[in-house]
Design a protein around this ligand. Structure first.
Ligand SMILES: *Cc1c(COP(=O)(O)O)cnc(C)c1O
Length: 408
């Protein structure tokens, strides 16, 4: 007989997953049962500092009281209508999200990949209806080493072979150029280009930060050449880098902004395409949709997220704690850390491969009570909730120093 879930150990639960769950992930061997703020607790009651924060889906920490309250209140009132009817939460969500991002109109979706797909559809339709690109000829220019999600169309323009192999045939209409290379972009964009789609900072690639001037350059180039600038801020946005949006570091407003992850407050999947009116207006009734997109529960939580960001508190924290993070990593340079890239409360840390793979370092950190995730090879990514304290951050960096000192 199967033991009741509450009586099973972490080891039992990990073993139980193997035959019944698709093997598309290789999680660290920790089974989380409870969480609050920057801390999670496993089945056996061991506590860990969450230095990944759900890939930035948990920017406000686990179960932020204001977000949980908003969700509870909405659960007691109305959860789903579909867009066949209006609901009384959606207008405010869209108004406040548009205002927060200096854009005009919102297309609410659920997951990040859906926001990317939707942004691509909007850009293509804009190319045909407004720009006058011949039917079926619109292209979208993207960057190498991108990560925009997992759908068939999105993996069509991935350069990560493990994301693509075995999943063809692929969607045509994408051109790939090197990231952080304005000259390559200049060459790739032509009269049939609908949009340039990039991440202002490439998170999955290892927190790759482009040179100063790149984002402003993309803005200038796309405007001059008459195509759209789509910024995928699903991971970089909503406070992570010390600004509401990473594009703000260069005072840039894209034509189309893609948001997700933290927009759902770590509670429900909420994503959005936010765009200039002239662009979003290409969509008419029946041309795009989502059963759950813009549902009242998502709108209530999303509005509460926007409300937290309107205070500026989280952006300020990310900015200030970012200094602590950079100083701590700087001190580890040459002591197991070969290099790092950091902006706000977000860092990609390259560990000396002689000390172990990113995975091995992550497992050692886990045993010391710190949860992180490796990206490629020997790079680990640090992205704690923006609610983490300076002391917690210093303590995590101290643990990293200890683990790197022992490794090898
Ligand atoms: C996570 C992510 C996505 C995909 O979001 P999902 O919710 O996993 O579909 C897209 N773009 C970026 C930059 C991301 O980090």
């Amino acid at each position: 007989m199967t033991a009741p879930a509450h009586a099973r150990t972490s080891a039992d639960l990990i073993r139980a997953e193997e035959p019944v769950l698709a093997h598309n992930y290789h999680p660290l061997p920790v089974v989380v049962a409870r969480a609050e703020g920057a801390w999670v607790e496993d089945v056996e009651g061991r506590r860990y500092l969450d230095m990944l924060a759900g890939y930035s889906a948990l920017n406000f920490g686990h179960r932020h009281p204001a977000l949980i309250q908003a969700a509870h209140d909405q659960l007691d009132r109305l959860t789903l209508t579909s867009r066949a009817f209006h609901n009384d939460r959606l207008a405010e969500f869209a108004e406040r999200l548009a205002a927060l991002t200096s854009l005009d109109m919102v297309l609410p979706m659920n997951t990040g990949a859906e926001a990317v797909e939707s942004g691509i559809k909007v850009a293509r339709k804009w190319a045909y209806d407004v720009k006058g690109v011949p039917d079926g000829q619109a292209t979208i220019v993207v960057a190498a080493d991108n990560f925009h999600g997992r759908t068939t169309t999105i993996v069509s323009f991935s350069t990560d072979e493990s994301a693509r192999t075995g999943f063809g045939p692929f969607t045509p209409g994408f051109k790939i150029v090197p990231y952080n290379d304005l000259a390559a972009l200049e060459e790739a964009v032509d009269e049939n280009t609908a949009a340039v789609l990039i991440e202002p900072i490439q998170g999955e690639a290892g927190v790759i930060i482009p040179d100063a001037g790149y984002l402003a350059g993309v803005r200038e180039l796309t405007r001059r050449k008459g195509c759209l600038f789509i910024a995928d801020e699903i991971q970089s946005g909503l406070g992570r880098t010390g600004r509401t949006l990473a594009v703000e570091h260069e005072s840039v407003v894209p034509d189309v902004l893609l948001l997700g992850k933290a927009l759902g407050g770590g509670i429900v999947p909420v994503s959005a395409v936010v765009a200039r009116r002239e662009v979003m207006s290409v969509l008419g009734p029946g041309e795009h949709g989502s059963t759950f997109g813009g549902n009242p529960l998502a709108a209530a939580v999303g509005t509460a997220v926007v409300e937290l960001l309107e205070t500026g508190e989280f952006q300020r924290r990310a900015d200030e704690l970012g200094v602590v993070l950079r100083e701590g990593l700087e001190a580890l340079r040459g002591h197991g850390v070969t290099g790092f890239r950091a902006r706000g409360l977000w860092a990609g840390v390259d560990v000396d491969p002689a000390l172990g793979t990113g995975r091995e370092i992550s497992e050692r950190l886990m045993r010391e009570g710190i949860l992180v995730k490796d990206t490629h090879g020997s790079t680990i990514r640090l992205a704690p909730p923006l609610t983490v304290t300076a002391d917690e951050l210093r303590s995590a960096l101290g643990t990293l120093e200890k683990v790197l000192g022992q490794a090898g």
